[in-house]
Design a protein. Structure first.
Length: 103
């Protein structure tokens, strides 16, 4: 099987259109990988199989901790693939996280 990660615009918490949005923005797929309970529920309600993603060294690679490091100007790049770092920097992710953390 092949795995593809797609960028899908946010629905601004209009959860009822999330699955339709994903279906419109992504190529055809036969399952969804997520650990988010709401995302799982929404896709299962549409009859799309959902599988959990196994965590890898969660203590070190926990998203909440990495986002906090970014917002607080702590070392964070070492925890992410260089391409992920590039995307975060290209979309102004550092500034956006600082705004979310009110910094």
């Amino acid at each position: 099987d092949r795995c593809m990660i797609c960028t899908v615009p946010d629905t601004n918490n209009v959860h009822s259109v999330w699955v339709s949005q994903v279906l419109a923005w992504c190529p055809k797929f036969n399952r969804v990988y997520t650990n988010d309970p709401l995302t799982s529920l929404l896709f299962l309600e549409k009859g799309i199989p959902v599988e959990k993603i196994p965590f890898f060294n969660r203590e070190k690679y926990e998203g909440t901790k990495i986002r906090r490091k970014i917002a607080l100007d702590e070392d964070w790049r070492e925890y992410l693939h260089p391409e992920v770092v590039k995307v975060i920097e290209d979309i102004g992710g550092v500034r956006r996280l600082k705004e979310l953390y009110n910094l």
